[in-house]
Ligand binder design. Structure first.
Ligand code: SF4
Length: 430
């Protein structure tokens, strides 16, 4: 048993879980291969937050079933949010899967590999040790206590549990020693970090501790819940030099009755006041959001309130999705999924078209400005990185390396990215 492949879908938390599992498999002397067909161990890290994601997982498993017929010794593991506390139904549906693992439950697979290879898996899952890139995800709080009516996450990832500040700082130091320059702190509700501790500690305390890590350049965090975004967190983001000025704050719906049915715990007005406060206190902040269209009973007039939110607030990024009912959620039990599919598609298109225009306008204002870009990768001689406030920037013809922060003069702006040249390159061209 020498090789592995991990197929991942869904949120950044899933990507972080896959990185961690990959790191453990590396330590057990397995090597990563890019084709699942060739791997001795294949892991499918699943997502069921939307039906479309679940369908892709089912499609991937069907493909693996075909591979396994030719290679019966291949080990297939299904991990992530598709795996609930009871697995009998899944075992019947996917009898060719050898191991089922709930999110962050790496042990069943590692034990099985341990038995087959004779390598002791103890201690292999801990800190992230795979050769990291310039950026790394660090989960800081697992689970969610909010139980929004449409969401399956609390049932699959459990209640909120925060990691200690000491643990997270130590892991960050290890990653920085291996070349990481930027970390993204992850949580379903990252801004409720620490509320489960006995002593009073919150995300602000964690950011303060991480800001002191030598040679770490940037700190990001995802995703925030409007009800947990305290003044202290906002002021801390404004004050600390390494914390990036970008906040993803899902509003999900613009209408108060829809928000109430979703059990989001805030109103349109409260959300808008919070955005005003964040923009007042954090200069140059960019804002992202998540939005669902076509939730149970959402009328065209109620949908219009979501459109107005986008028009008024002008987010830098929007993650939009049409509502798909998830079995086991409060909405599944109590609310009809009654907006027709075609109507949901049309609403999604309205949002996506509008947001494309908004992003084009916002980014066009950056033309001619100087931006600090952390270079994350290079493809075909084009360097790519991000600004502190999370704009993607492509830079061509420059002498730099991955991991460097360079100053770029923006020369072209589109809805999804910017491009430009470094100042010294511009001087050469002049
Ligand atoms: S806050 Fe709501 S949407 Fe986000 S993970 Fe928790 S239950 Fe799901």
């Amino acid at each position: 048993m020498d090789t592995y492949n991990i197929w991942t879908i869904g949120c950044q938390m899933n990507k972080a879980d896959s990185e961690r599992l990959g790191s453990a498999l590396d330590q057990m002397s397995l090597s990563l291969v890019h084709s699942p067909e060739q791997a001795d161990v294949v892991v499918v890290n699943s997502c069921v937050v939307r039906k479309s994601a679940e369908d892709k997982v089912t499609g991937m498993l069907a493909k693996l079933n075909g591979f396994k017929k030719n290679n019966p010794s291949q080990v297939i593991a299904l991990m992530g949010c598709m795996v609930g506390p009871k697995q009998d139904k899944l075992q019947k549906q996917f009898p060719f899967v050898d191991v089922f693992m709930r999110p962050q439950e790496y042990d069943p697979l590692l034990q099985l590999i341990g038995v087959k290879t004779g390598i002791d898996p103890d201690g292999c899952v801990g800190d992230l040790t795979a050769t990291p890139g310039v950026t790394a995800f660090i989960p800081i709080i697992h689970g969610c206590d909010k139980f929004c009516s449409f969401c399956i996450i609390p049932y699959r990832r459990g209640r909120e549990v925060s990691r200690t500040i000491t643990d997270i700082v130590r892991e960050t130091e290890l990653l920085v020693a291996r070349g990481v320059k930027e970390i993204t702190l992850l949580g379903q509700n990252v801004d409720s970090y620490g509320h489960d501790f006995d002593e009073k500690r919150d995300l602000a305390d964690l950011l303060i501790a991480l800001n002191d890590v030598k040679d770490l350049k940037r700190i990001r965090f995802l995703t925030s819940h409007p009800n947990d975004m305290s003044d202290r967190i906002i002021d801390t983001v404004a004050q600390l030099d390494k914390v990036c000025e970008h906040i993803n704050l899902p509003f999900q719906a613009g209408d108060d009755d829809v928000l109430e049915k979703m059990r989001r715990g805030y109103t349109n007005k409260e959300y808008r006041l919070l955005v005003d406060k964040i923009r007042d206190r954090i200069p140059n902040v960019s804002m992202g959001t998540d939005l669902i269209v076509g939730f149970s009973g959402e009328t065209p007039e109620q949908f219009q309130k979501s459109v107005e939110m986008l028009e008024d607030i002008k987010f830098d990024k929007v993650h939009s999705a049409s509502y798909s009912v998830r079995e086991g959620t409060i909405a599944f039990r109590t609310l009809p999924d009654d907006v027709p599919v075609e109507e949901k598609k049309a609403r999604l298109k309205t949002i996506d078209d509008l947001q494309k225009d908004i992003q084009s306008d916002l980014n066009a204002k950056l033309n001619g400005t100087l931006q600090e870009v952390l270079i994350e990768k290079i493809t075909d001689d084009i360097f790519e990185g991000r600004t502190k406030n999370d704009k993607i920037v492509r830079v061509s013809g420059t002498a730099t390396t991955i991991g460097e922060i360079i100053e770029v003069k923006i020369q072209k702006a589109g809805p999804w990215s910017l491009s430009g040249l470094t100042v010294d390159r511009l001087e050469v061209l002049i």
